[in-house]
Design a protein around this ligand. Structure first.
Ligand code: CAA
Length: 381
């Protein structure tokens, strides 16, 4: 077992840290307050090679590994969780499946521009009446002559209102014991595609999500079907195995920001004759926060390491996500407690980490769904 990062991984982490400190963190409070989409940061992430980190250079990516992606995601999300999830959606939910299942023509059209950061992709699985029970979606695709006609809607689509391209999952066959699905990829400006205004949310204000509507959108198999026909649900599940590593890394960043602010505040704030860092009540909270953060990071890096090895990592990704996201909420909760009344105001920024942490327990599979995946793996014969 080797806990050492390679020189390249350290360099990527340091580059991400430097960029996050210089460009992202100074803007994070304003982005949260105004819910402004961070156009300039998304562009800069692309220039750094951070929008297609694990995609080979021949397809516009940076050619790094999943461990490097975790390191960079933690740094960017420590500064701004909204910017972190924009990066994560483009990397893991969009570029990864296009690289894995796209034909060369599809990669040329849909991958290279997004992996290089010039365009943006999004992933549309969730529907108003189908979230955790993802297979039961109603969005459907019908063959009509040589075409495929798509009808339905998808909601809570992160980056949906800014994305140039979308991967949509739709029911493609209803007869037989199980529903069958297609994964479809196409530009979001095709006739019949409409984008609703951004959702108003508790946290990650600058990472817009919205509902997308599809009305008789005309597609064809060669250009728009991603992966084998009727295998779309597996495309979604395998993609989420990778995506959950991204969200676990986002949670690490949020938790680290909350812990670092708590340590600084505890050394500075005085009560009962000295800094509150001298009080065991505060020390124990800091100790638990640091231990949970380390455990979450180790789980996340293990899942990324397995992904890099090409091994199945469904359970390890689910373990990383459920632990890191719930730890982030607990850590941000304690950060507010350590800051007392100041923690409840916007002035110190820890309330933002608390609000941002909550979504990591919900999107890309709720904590309950992660436990379903873990239990299914533990109990299988
Ligand atoms: N890898 C490969 N194949 C997989 C798989 C995986 N990880 N998980 C399931 N499959 C396969 C199964 O083997 C099965 O194959 P067969 O039909 O050939 O037997 C098929 O997929 C169906 O599997 P299940 O019977 O286990 O499916 P299920 O209906 O019981 O659902 C579930 C499983 C885990 C609950 C799944 O529905 C799920 O993950 N739900 C959560 C959805 C989710 O994460 N949504 C997030 C939306 S994206 C988002 O949030 C983006 C954003 O904005 C940031």
């Amino acid at each position: 077992m080797n806990f050492e990062l390679t020189e390249e991984q350290k360099m990527i982490r340091d580059t991400a840290r430097d960029f996050a400190n210089r460009e992202v963190e100074p803007k994070a409070a304003e982005l949260d307050k105004t819910a402004r989409w961070p156009t300039e940061l998304v562009k800069q992430l692309g220039e750094l090679g951070f929008m297609g980190m694990a995609i080979p250079q021949e397809w516009g990516g940076a050619g790094f590994d999943a461990v490097s992606y975790v390191l960079a995601m933690e740094e960017i999300s420590r500064a701004c969780a909204s910017t972190g999830v924009i990066m994560s959606v483009n990397n893991s939910l969009y570029c990864d499946p296009v690289y894995k299942w796209g034909s060369d023509d599809q990669k040329k059209q849909y991958l290279t521009p997004c992996a290089s950061g010039q365009k943006l992709g999004c992933f549309a699985l969730t529907e108003p009446m189908s979230g955790s029970d993802a297979q039961t979606m109603v969005t459907a695709v019908e063959p009509v002559g040589d075409d495929l006609i798509l009808n339905g809607s998808k909601n809570f689509i992160t980056c949906g209102d800014h994305a140039d391209f979308v991967i949509v999952f739709a029911v493609s066959q209803r007869d037989g014991k199980k529903l069958k699905h297609d994964a479809l990829i196409f530009p979001t400006d095709l006739p019949g595609v409409t984008k609703a205004p951004p959702d108003v949310k508790l946290g990650i204000h600058a990472a817009h999500s919205c509902t997308l509507y599809f009305e008789n959108v005309k597609l064809n198999r060669k250009e728009h079907l991603l992966g084998p026909e009727h295998q779309g649900f597996k495309v979604a599940m395998v993609t989420l195995d990778g995506g959950r590593i991204g969200i676990a890394s986002q949670a690490l960043g949020i938790a680290r920001a909350a812990l670092e602010k708590s340590i600084a505040y505890a050394k500075e704030r005085k009560a009962f004759g000295g800094p509150i860092a001298n009080l065991q009540a505060i020390q124990f909270m800091i100790a638990d926060m640091a231990t949970e953060l380390d455990a979450a990071r180790l789980l996340t890096l293990r899942a990324a390491y397995l992904k890099d090895k090409g091994a199945r990592h469904s359970m390890e990704s689910a373990q990383a996500k459920v632990f890191a996201s719930e730890a982030a909420t607990r850590i941000a909760h304690k950060a507010i407690q350590i800051h007392g009344g100041y923690g409840y105001t916007v002035e110190y920024g820890v309330e933002r980490h608390y609000r941002d942490a909550r979504i990591t327990e919900i999107y890309e599979g709720t904590s309950e769904i992660q436990r379903v995946v873990i239990a299914a793996n533990m109990l299988k014969d």
